[in-house]
Design a protein around this ligand. Structure first.
Ligand code: LHQ
Length: 255
């Protein structure tokens, strides 16, 4: 259900249930979470890409897989989706959501959960939950209003509006849109550039930004001061300063 391939420091995890637009069952969600942790532990991996096989990114919960289950909704979310979203946001490496096609329901949440979101021209995001009279979950209620504001988020959720790539770019739901034909090549090239950046500094930046989203300014200043010590004591910082003085590009990928 999840394909994994590592190339030039970039691990691509592909949701692989293409005939259902990669709708998620428990196996897919639990395997994806395990694969993310495996990528985190693998020293050869500096950046992770999440994408979907075929024409969809992820159509959310597999609606054929919920009837007759013995878990409550709450238990189900706590068992599968919530650990996945927490894993993405706490992973010590950057995660790119490479949204190749439709992202609906919890699939929309997954598209929003990445540190960076890259979209194909034909990608679509739908907070589709209200069509089946559910509440947006898997982080959507947290991610979306922070990106587009409360009322726009409410409107997108209430009408299950389909957001196309151009609108997503305008609203800040994605950072870049690439042509469908070259999408994964463009994403790989972007990820390889990111993989050249200082991994320790990016790990700490992710930690600082994640904490700052829910902290006061005072807390953020304290957090920065603590994390800056960890960054400043790392060899990457020395390399950056030395490279500047020697008027050359820094090498942050040395063994
Ligand atoms: C699917 C699905 C799907 C199964 C397409 N399941 N087969 C959390 C916890 C607990 C419970 C419930 O929910 C949650 C969170 C959630 O994610 S709730 C939201 C669940 N997702 C949806 O309601 C989306 C349902 N899908 C759609 O509305 C459409 O498929 C979209 C708008 C995503 C795409 O439309 P189209 O591009 O027209 O594709 P399609 O509808 O023809 O789908 C292609 C195939 O994929 C089709 O199968 P078939 O055998 O007819 O070719 C669909 O049945 C299947 N598929 N989504 N979620």
């Amino acid at each position: 259900v999840i394909l994994s391939q590592t190339r030039v420091g970039v691990c691509t995890l592909t949701l692989n249930r293409p005939d259902k637009l990669n709708a998620a069952n428990d196996e897919l969600l639990l395997t994806l979470t395990t694969e993310l942790r495996r990528a985190e532990a693998d020293a050869a991996v500096r950046v992770v890409i999440l994408t979907g096989a075929g024409r969809g990114f992820c159509a959310g919960q597999d609606l054929g897989d919920v009837s007759g289950r013995d878990m409550t909704f709450t238990e189900h979310l706590n068992h599968t989706y919530n650990p996945l979203i927490r894993t993405i946001r706490t992973l010590d490496k950057p995660v790119i959501s490479a949204v190749n096609g439709v992202a609906a329901g919890a699939g929309a949440s997954l598209a929003l959960a990445g540190d960076i979101r890259l979209w194909a021209q034909s990608a679509r995001l739908i907070e589709i939950f209200s069509n089946i009279a559910l509440v947006p979950d898997s982080g959507s209620t947290w991610f979306l209003p922070r990106l587009v504001g409360y009322s726009r988020a409410f409107e997108l959720m209430a009408f299950a509006e389909r957001v196309d790539a151009e609108t997503a770019l305008k609203l800040g739901l994605c950072e870049h849109v690439f042509a469908d034909e070259t999408f994964m090549d463009d994403v790989q090239a972007y990820a390889e550039r990111l993989a050249q950046r200082p991994a320790n500094a990016l790990k700490l930046t992710k930690q600082a930004l994640g904490a700052a989203l829910t902290s006061t300014l005072d807390e953020a200043l304290d957090q920065e001061a603590a994390l800056q010590q960890l960054a400043g004591d790392h060899w990457e910082h020395q390399e950056g300063v030395t490279a500047f003085k020697e008027k050359r590009a820094p090498d942050f990928v040395r063994a």
